[in-house]
Design a protein around this ligand. Structure first.
Ligand SMILES: [Zn+2]
Length: 332
């Protein structure tokens, strides 16, 4: 390897990724999480800073590997012969050592090739080639040094993106919250809308006290009291609290207490619709399997009492529903 890598190397043939590609795969996974990485050239957005930085990070990693490869000859192959090392016991041992050194170095070359020709690099090479064509080969001359560490830059960019997303989410929630707290009667609208949906296995009854209701899970044999807590000077409810109810002379089961705890640990504590959807996810508790282990009971015979929000569909406010995944406490 005496020449610098050329973009005209055929970008074909893929090999299964190995441990050497982990770093790149990791950053690529993050990109996929953000939904901005496409292996198809047509779909790659080259205007995206994230795309450019991640591509540069890949190129930088390849270059780092090129420098590693340069050590293969003669140092790498002849490593067993360096005088500092203890002399091998026999010629057969030396032969064995040399063979192993060669295999290890060849594996390194193969790993580099599969990375270079892999599907992840293909759109990058295509882009480089199209830019060379566009400019008739008249390109900015590199200084021969990477002025930035693109792997670090990529991590920062992903982090900033996440923070930005969280900020938008928080703002949206604030708007929703204000809407829900627009008037003292808003919660009754939510209850009526929920009743109209006629959720199987669950009934909601308004209570005697203001801001109070009961959720009855007939199949599960449980009743939960729900009470709205107000903040002075603010209409509506700032938090809905859940407690277990049981027929006279009986105390709520351990299972019901576990559910109550999970309900009270939820997010969006001001959101009655969220809470009712969450309560309804327990209607079939004795038949609901855990999303992690796919079993009804875990090793300590516990049902999946934990609920994790699956998705929020906030588009049509009238039909908005929250879906939940069921999990065992030991699987969460
Ligand atoms: Zn489980």
């Amino acid at each position: 390897m005496s020449t610098a890598p050329s973009a005209s190397l055929p970008a074909s043939g893929t090999t299964a990724p190995n441990s050497d590609t982990t770093k790149l795969e990791h950053s690529n996974q993050k990109l996929q999480d953000l939904g901005s990485n496409k292996s198809d050239t047509q779909q790659v957005n080259w205007e995206s800073e994230l795309q450019l930085v991640s591509s540069l990070a890949k190129l930088q990693e390849l270059e780092r590997k090129v420098h590693e490869l340069r050590q293969f000859l003669p140092e790498g192959l002849l490593e067993p012969l360096v005088p500092e090392k203890p002399a091998p016991d026999s010629p057969a041992q030396l032969r064995n050592d040399l063979e192993q050194a060669t295999r290890a170095r060849l594996a390194g070359i193969e790993s580099f090739q599969s990375l270079w020709r892999g599907t992840e690099m293909k759109p990058v090479w295509n882009h480089v080639e199209s830019r060379i064509k566009e400019s008739n080969g008249d390109l900015i001359q590199p200084t021969g040094m990477w002025e930035k560490d693109y792997d670090v830059l990529l991590k920062e960019l992903i982090k900033t993106g996440k923070t930005e997303e969280e900020k938008v989410e928080k703002e949206e929630e604030q708007i929703e919250r204000s809407k829900a707290q627009a008037s003292d009667g808003e919660w009754q609208v939510v209850v009526e809308r929920f009743t109209q949906r006629d959720m199987p296995g669950m009934r909601v009854v308004k209570g005697q006290d203001p801001f109070s209701l009961s959720a009855i899970l007939a199949k599960a044999g449980m009743i939960f009291s729900i009470k709205g807590i107000q903040e002075p000077g603010i209409p509506g409810v700032c938090e809905w609290q859940v407690s277990s109810q049981s027929p006279p002379g009986r105390s709520p089961s351990k299972l019901q207490h576990a559910i109550q705890d999970c309900l009270n640990l939820r997010t969006r504590k001001w959101d009655l619709e969220f809470l009712l959807d969450m309560v309804s996810s327990y209607a079939d508790i004795k038949q609901t399997t855990c999303v992690t282990c796919n079993r009804l009971t875990d090793n300590s015979a516990q049902l999946p009492t934990i609920r994790r929000i699956q998705s929020t569909q906030l588009s049509q406010s009238d039909t908005r529903r929250f879906a939940f995944d069921a999990l065992h406490p030991s699987c969460a």
